[in-house]
Design a protein around this ligand. Structure first.
Ligand code: NDP
Length: 520
């Protein structure tokens, strides 16, 4: 556990500062698996956020001046630190999320360690000046450059489901590009972000380059007013508020939002692999993964076999308070309010005729648990098939053929990710290309998130922009188009004073350049 951050105390890279208005407001952080309070952290005011931004602006030129090599060296030290201190980081993540040890190790430590190395190695390549050639004859002899200049101060607002991967993870490319970052973690899970501040300080990051604005929603809203870019991960509803607020200051945003990812199991699928993947990708991290499998469509010939396998595998899952490696398969529901959503979706389905072949209700307390749940006899009149559940639930629907599966998969406002299972990989890929989503897997699920070379972003209501790949770091930069003229006349012919002969001559030139050739 990261420990209590007391009033006026500075943790890691400038986490909090004394409040001149009086005692620092605080909020409690709970372990959702035990219900115990594990820390108190500052609830930062708009003035405190503004102060963080002032410090970040003062620190940014020095950080940028360190260059890719200087910044990369610190990121690589962090990579090693993360592995050297993996147990402590995992314990912190587990304590504030209630997730299993394995979920923290596999989807957070491995992501962070990989990302530090990836951005340290690739930031310079993605942000190198690009020489551009123009087809325009009037630009001959002029040097054209696309340059990526760090924006200055980036605000990252993150959710509670992956405090390292989805909150802190987006800070890494922003920092690698030469920006200072202020991270507003979810009020539910601020401790990992604070621990990352300690790591960066120990690894030599200058003061105020990375700061954490702990607080509730209003702290996040205050951050939007102070920064040059907002990287937001969270629900679609909050994403809309973020975009509206950012519009007031014309602050650019990147939004990674909710999803309702479909899995399509075709009749020629490897049913054993499909069932294993459905249970894992639907329920790992307690189903609290943006790209988790949220609904399954199975072609009729393999439906019974698939349901039988999923039922057997889901029944075998062990749920409880995580107590170290290998202790349980499914942990707690991290956010108490999420319990009501999960329970509401399951009850709605049951009331409309669905059957729970596994689970179907809350688990035993004192922490917040929902049993791993498999629902059958479901359809699109039920919330579990249309709204994001974000819990350990797997509704499975029988479909006549792939056309019906694709139609239903696309009958959603969301379009984050998804997967298609078929032993005929060409058929699987063809079906995958028909699914409206920012990412898609064939005979796999979730794994696309590990490909940092590929963009990861949502279609439709699942987001705007993307993380990872070239765009995942270029978005944190001003795209500056530079033209350098070194060979030129004293006066260019098209400039003042205008005269008839030159104007007519230029029109002849335009006709010569663009007026020839066949048209329809
Ligand atoms: P929320 O949208 O509730 O919150 C996300 C963050 O926004 C939190 O830090 C929250 O603070 C903050 N916030 C809330 N209101 C405001 C506001 N008005 N202005 C600024 N910031 C605000 O999401 P959850 O934390 O519940 O996360 C779950 C959601 O995240 C799911 O929908 C999931 O699909 C999505 N997600 C998407 C991912 C993707 O890559 N597309 C990845 C991971 C999750 P506070 O917690 O203090 O209220």
């Amino acid at each position: 556990m990261a420990g209590t951050v007391e009033q006026g105390q500075t943790s890691g890279n400038g986490t909090s500062s004394p409040n001149p208005q009086g005692p620092q407001a605080e909020f409690e952080v709970f372990n959702p698996a035990t219900g115990q309070v594990i820390a108190k952290v500052p609830d930062m005011s708009a003035e405190q956020v503004a102060e963080l931004a002032r410090k970040a602006r003062a620190a940014q030129p020095g950080w940028e001046a360190m260059g890719f090599e200087g910044r990369g060296r610190i990121l690589l030290r962090c990579q090693k630190w993360l592995l050297d201190n993996a147990e402590r980081v995992i314990e912190t993540i587990v304590s504030e999320t209630g997730k299993t040890w394995e979920d923290a190790q596999l989807a957070e430590i491995s992501y962070g360690a990989n990302a530090f190395g990836f951005w340290a190695k690739n930031a310079e390549k993605y942000l190198a000046d690009e020489r551009v050639k123009s087809a325009s004859v009037i630009l001959k002899g002029k040097k054209l450059i696309l340059r990526y200049k760090p924006l200055g101060v980036v605000g990252v607002i993150g959710p509670w489901n992956y405090p390292l991967t989805n909150s802190f993870g987006d800070c890494i490319p922003a920092l690698a590009a030469g920006n200072c970052v202020i991270l507003k973690p979810s009020e539910v899970t601020p401790l990992t972000s604070l621990l990352m501040g300690e790591m960066l300080t120990e690894c030599g990051m200058p003061a105020d380059v990375y700061q954490v604005a702990t607080g509730l929603g209003p702290t996040g809203a205050a951050l939007i007013d102070q920064v040059d870019f907002i990287m937001f991960t969270g629900s679609t509803a909050t994403g809309k508020k973020i975009m509206a607020k950012a519009a007031e200051t014309l602050t650019p945003v990147s939004l990674e939002l909710g999803g309702k990812d479909p899995m399509i199991v075709l009749s020629d699928a490897d049913v054993e692999r499909a069932a294993n993947t459905a249970v894992y990708a639907g329920m790992m991290n307690g189903g609290q993964t943006c790209i988790s499998i949220e609904r399954v469509y199975v072609e009729a010939p393999v439906y019974d076999e698939f349901v039988a396998k999923v039922t057997e595998k889901a029944k075998a899952l062990r749920q409880g308070v995580p107590a170290g490696p290998g202790s349980v398969d499914i942990g707690a529901v991290t956010f108490p309010k999420q319990m009501e959503i999960i329970e509401g979706h399951v009850n709605d389905a049951l009331a409309k005729g669905a059957r729970a072949v596994v689970g179907g209700k809350r688990g035993a307390g004192p922490g917040d648990f929902f049993e791993p749940t498999v629902l059958v006899d479901v359809d699109h009149s039920m919330e579990c098939m249309t709204e994001e559940t974000f819990g350990p639930t797997l509704p499975i629907m029988k479909v006549a053929d792939e056309d019906e599966a694709v139609r239903l998969a696309n009958e959603s406002p969301y379009g984050l990710s998804g997967s298609v299972f078929s032993k005929d990989v060409a058929r699987g890929e063809a079906v995958a290309r028909r699914v409206e989503s920012g990412a898609i897997c064939v005979n796999d699920a979730l794994m696309n998130y590990s490909a940092l070379e590929l963009p990861m972003g949502g279609a439709k209501a699942s987001g705007l922009g993307s993380r990872h790949g070239a765009h995942g770091i270029q978005k944190y930069c001003q795209h500056q188009a530079i033209l350098v003229s070194s060979l030129h006349l004293k006066r260019d012919v098209h400039t003042f004073p205008y005269n008839k002969r030159t104007t007519q001559g230029l029109m002849k030139l335009f006709r010569l350049l663009w007026g020839r050739g066949k048209r329809d």
